[in-house]
Design a binder for this molecule. Structure first.
Ligand SMILES: Cc1cc2nc3c(=O)[nH]c(=O)nc-3n(C[C@H](O)[C@H](O)[C@H](O)COP(=O)(O)OP(=O)(O)OC[C@H]3O[C@@H](n4cnc5c(N)ncnc54)[C@H](O)[C@@H]3O)c2cc1C
Length: 291
């Protein structure tokens, strides 16, 4: 990062490590002093409030079921339809059937988070004295941070098969206790999960549907943009993506097209074998993590 982008981070040597994290799992680390962490629900609600204050109408419980393309596109829902000069598909992996041409370019990967019960303030401060958000360097990684109300927020464990794991709260508690044996008897109070959309090369996949289609009808889809393949890069990138697509729709597509030029390959195996192929491929990387 420093060599290629002039972005400075701080190396934490094995001798210093104990002052950063009270865990037997970590040998050394890197601290990024310019990054932070945030409460994603508050962020989402803030964005929605900002949009509403500018006159944007938000319609919940009205999933789009089909798009009729054209200079003015028509989006159908179960109850009605909406006409729009520009359309943005930003539905993560949940857009089943709306744009089949995009489907093989991303795969759903389940990830899970738990929140512990409140922990004694002194204990939680001793675990990560800087209060930083932490992630490990495994391919299938764990990520965690203390919250302002003295809980441990601990994420990790992935499901490539899209099946919900049995009792994610108990297995995440074990993962948390592996990093912090001090929390062996600390209860998990909340557990939840969802899907992230990974692309084959783990780079974001932005573009216009017309770029993905061939044949004379492709130009009908030039005003339908899409943003997907966030691959766990998450909220920082989704915010940036929204900004870039807004610039493109307003007439300046330079920054959007920088991303749209990234080449992507579809996941192999066709509709039926894509998931088993991914499960097998990821088992290999998990084995490498273990070794
Ligand atoms: C458990 C978990 C932990 C995570 N932890 C982190 C983290 O620590 N840091 C981080 O940066 N990121 C994290 N992420 C990733 C982050 O949440 C995602 O990258 C981000 O939410 C993707 O944003 P998005 O807008 O593409 O999709 P989403 O936030 O999933 O939004 C898609 C929206 O499209 C809507 N939609 C879908 N289909 C339709 C349709 N047909 N019609 C109308 N609307 C539709 C959905 O209802 C939804 O509101 C985590 C994700 C999970 C699941």
């Amino acid at each position: 990062m420093q060599r290629d982008y002039g972005y400075e981070t701080r190396w934490i040597s094995p001798q210093e490590m104990q002052h950063w994290i009270a865990s037997p799992r970590f040998h050394s680390g890197i601290h990024d002093p310019k990054s932070g962490h945030l409460h994603p629900l508050k962020y989402s609600l803030g964005l929605a409030a900002a949009a509403a204050s500018l006159g944007v109408k938000i319609h919940e419980d009205s999933a789009v079921t089909a798009i009729q393309p054209g200079r003015v596109a028509r989006l159908r829902t179960a109850q009605g339809s909406v006409s729009a000069s520009h359309v943005l598909l930003a539905g993560n992996v949940y857009l089943q059937g709306i744009a089949p041409v995009l489907e093989a370019r991303v795969m759903p990967v389940g990830t899970y988070i738990v929140t512990s019960e409140p922990i004694d303030a002194k204990l939680i401060e001793s675990l990560i004295p800087s209060g930083s958000a932490v992630c490990d360097t495994n391919f299938v990684l764990d990520y965690f941070r203390p919250t302002v109300d003295h809980r441990m927020l601990y994420g990790g464990r992935v499901s490539y098969s899209t099946a919900t794991p049995m009792n994610p709260a108990a297995s995440m508690q074990r993962r948390m206790a592996r990093s912090f044996p001090q929390l062996k008897n600390t209860k998990v109070e909340y557990a939840w999960g969802g899907f992230v959309d990974i692309s084959m090369n783990r780079a974001p996949d932005f573009g216009r549907l017309s770029e993905r289609l061939s044949g004379p009808e492709r130009s009908d889809w030039a005003n339908v943009y899409y943003l997907q393949g966030f691959s766990g890069h998450g909220l920082a990138l989704t915010g940036l993506a929204g900004k870039l697509v807004a610039e493109a729709i307003a007439g300046d597509a330079e920054r959007f097209d920088t991303f749209a030029r990234i080449r992507h390959r579809p996941f192999p195996g066709g509709k039926l074998l894509r998931t088993p192929a991914l499960v097998a491929g990821m088992a290999y990387y998990r084995l490498r993590d273990l070794l």
